[in-house]
Design a protein. Structure first.
Length: 62
């Protein structure tokens, strides 16, 4: 696994843990939930782009 994908996976786990904790609170903070959901989506798309680059590497200029 490439380092970039590994880091993104770790970040995603942390965000999902915080998101689940925030959702379990008695009165969850709406802005915090929105921020964490948006962050989770951005990390997922970055992972998708990184994995696609692994599958289809660009030709390198010589």
């Amino acid at each position: 696994m490439k380092a970039r994908i590994y880091k993104l996976t770790e970040y995603l786990q942390r965000v999902e843990e915080r998101l689940s904790l925030e959702q379990q609170r008695e009165k969850p903070n709406g802005l915090a939930l929105l921020h964490l959901q948006h962050l989770r989506q951005r990390i997922r798309s970055a992972m998708k782009r990184a994995i696609q680059r692994l599958a289809k590497p660009q030709p390198q200029a010589a």
